[in-house]
Ligand binder design. Structure first.
Ligand SMILES: Cc1cc2nc3c(=O)[nH]c(=O)nc-3n(C[C@H](O)[C@H](O)[C@H](O)COP(=O)(O)O)c2cc1C
Length: 337
């Protein structure tokens, strides 16, 4: 059976839906080549942070007016200029990456405030990026700032990035909105060609021995895919933007679930950090085997077939599902017998 795994994401034609998402793995040329040879259809470079761009270029004028999203004075920013070789090094690395691999290379900008740093998006375009992923990683802890203001800021950021570049723009967001579907639609209308769902926020922990707050980035587990899975299924036929899934993709089964929910592309990082780039080839083999078994020749034959608007009971993705789950729950021992 002739299989066609190709997909379209952000208007880019990909040979398959698997993308190596931003992580330390995508920050090395040899690893990028390995990821390509193991089947990655595209790569997202590690993020360049707003703070890095600002720390390097003090000549950038601040935007007028107070910005409630400026980093809190409570939060000292570590010296970041040289992280990932700094903004200039990032541009050089991007140029080298474009020469080293034939698959699309997506550059990643990560920040939260309206500011001149966003103009760096144009430099990334000039250095050859096939697309830009704007990661808006915002933890809003100010009780004076409303959800509506925050959403407005997201829209402004996306519109500013859109204006700065002519290549495709993906926006990576977290799940914590009162109305994620509304926000998703507004971001698409503001110029996002694609949404990457969701940012996996780094959760601080407390060490009781010191005692102190400690922050350690832990790799994901497949169970964490449930949150983005639900929202991709809900958004599939409600927003015009491409949808990329990120979080919890560790096996072919996870890839297939996201595609059934309606993802145009499926990203993975933790699984590659844990098992190495070879895991990509294993996922692709598993995807092919499943398609043959289910007699699907193309991704489009099944993509989105379990999105909210195409399942017999759309309420399964909403409150009704919770009611059903809670009221029919059996305790562990009862389930075991
Ligand atoms: C060590 C590490 C570094 C990461 N660095 C970035 C980054 O620079 N920019 C970004 O947008 N996401 C970054 N991520 C997030 C991943 O791209 C991905 O969205 C997240 O880990 C969820 O996917 P996963 O479950 O496949 O790991 C990083 C993740 C890890 C584990």
């Amino acid at each position: 059976m002739q299989l066609d795994l190709s997909t379209s994401y952000l208007g880019l034609k990909l040979k398959n839906p698997l993308i190596a998402s931003a992580s330390p793995l995508t920050g090395h040329l040899d690893k990028l080549m390995l990821l390509e040879s193991e089947g990655a259809a595209a790569v997202v470079l590690p993020s360049l942070f707003e703070e890095q761009i600002e720390q390097q270029d003090f000549s950038l004028p601040s935007p007028p007016g107070a910005d409630p999203f400026q980093r809190s004075a409570l939060t000292p920013v570590p010296p970041l200029v040289d992280y990932n070789t700094g903004p200039d090094g990032y541009l050089k690395f991007l140029e080298q990456a474009k020469k080293a691999v034939a698959i699309p290379v997506v550059a990643s900008l990560n920040g939260t405030s309206r500011g001149p740093w966003l103009r760096f998006a144009k430099s990334l375009e000039d250095a050859g990026a096939d697309a830009i992923e704007l990661n808006i990683y915002l933890v809003s802890a100010d009780p004076e700032v409303s959800g509506a203001e925050i959403e407005e800021r997201y829209v402004e950021l996306v519109a500013a990035a859109r204006e700065a570049i002519s290549i495709p723009l993906a926006v990576k967001i977290g799940p914590f909105f009162t109305s994620p579907a509304h926000v998703a639609r507004r971001l698409a209308e503001s110029g996002a060609d694609g949404l990457v769902l969701f940012n996996r926020f780094c959760q601080p922990d407390i060490n009781v021995e010191w005692p102190a707050v400690c922050t350690q980035l832990e790799l994901s587990s497949p169970a964490e895919a449930r949150l983005p899975l639900r929202w991709i299924a809900i958004l599939r036929e409600k927003v015009s933007a491409s949808l990329a899934a990120t979080t919890g993709v560790h096996s072919a089964e996870d890839v297939i679930k996201y595609l059934l929910a309606g993802a145009d592309a499926v990203m993975t990082a933790s699984a590659l950090l844990r098992h190495g780039p070879r895991r990509l080839a294993e996922m692709l083999d598993g995807l092919r085997a499943w398609m043959i078994e289910k007699k699907f020749a193309r991704i489009d034959d099944f993509r989105g077939s379990l999105c909210q608007l195409r399942v017999p009971d759309p309420s399964a993705f909403e409150r009704a599902h919770y009611l059903w789950a809670v009221t029919t729950y059996e305790t562990e021992p009862a389930r075991a017998v």
